[in-house]
Design a binder for this molecule. Sequence first.
Ligand code: OGA
Ligand code: NI
Length: 367
Amino acid sequence: MLSNISKSYDRGSELKAFDDTKAGVKGLVDAGIAKIPRIFVEPATDDTGILPVSEGTPKVHAPVIDLTGIHDDPVRRKEIIQEVGDASEKWGFFQVVNHGIPLDVLEDMLTGVRNFHEQDFDEKKMWYTRKPISWRKLVYNCNFNLYRSSTTNWRDTFNVPVAPSLPKPEELPEICRDILLQFIKEVQKLGCSVLELLSEALGLPKERLIELGCGEGLNILGHYYPGCPEPELTLGTSRHSDPTFITVLLQDLTGGLQFVHNNQWFDVPPCPGALLVNIGDLLQLITNDRFISAEHRVIAKHVGPRISVACIFYTGLNPTLKRYQPIQELLSDDNPPKYGKTTVKDYLLCCQMNNIFGKDALSYFKI
Ligand code: OGA
Ligand code: NI
């Protein structure tokens, strides 16, 4: 990320002017810009200490797990539980194939998200808002944290909470309504199956994580990453981990997703037909650090748009009073609790108040 940008520009008014267009990053690209506006430029130096993607070394492949047989082959199910547990401890994420969601549903969902972002602008801008999600079921904007983050990401997104209560059909945009409803049903089923596997991988009864409410809330984020004229200067999504229990990610074949593993960035090349599951901060908290919430980001590219759909399993800012803490059965004299109790809402508020987009927020809950 090389740039020598002066800090003296009036970022606030540039953000406001950009926000007022309601056209997002796609609007800039449609206008034919050749240089990216300053609000998108990342700082020239990276002080995270995380090593860059190493081009010379063989690519380490994050685990791809075949879910064939999870419901009817007890021997295979045991092996899968082992694979899921290993990946969640070592990597914090894994990809799944033969997950039960028909491939045409995945394809159509990616097309639905693309159609939403590429629809007639007069139609699309009616969904653009920065008001809280409770104001309207589906919210579209460019960077939910536009005014809080130090740089703006090269990405537009719609966000819709679909559980615990499913929006009424008329609350969803017509252009992707049917596929969204079909996809939600499928991904909820898969999310439950994954939570069952994760419970068993922890040595707990299959239902345990679901009983705790880990599958109770679900938001769908429909991301649109336009091609970028200067991709080396910006990011599609900045480094973060997800403040969720789990996230199920559907991505197209463009690529650009990277994860941190052993303090180094790794490309996660898309695998046709696969979905990626990553462990979120809240699952790290309740497993007392046994499963890790992996940091990730999306780099910007010349080619685009890249489409992805992040299905984030958590109850968001819904006022559920459930308090989470390390699961009792996982604790022992040698493994005392590392975290105190928190609600999902308080965890998110802590991230917001401290402007943290990731697991650094966990340290606020350490005992
Ligand atoms: C997210 C995320 C990655 C992607 O929404 O939390 O990490 O590929 N998305 O869009
Ligand atoms: Ni994420």
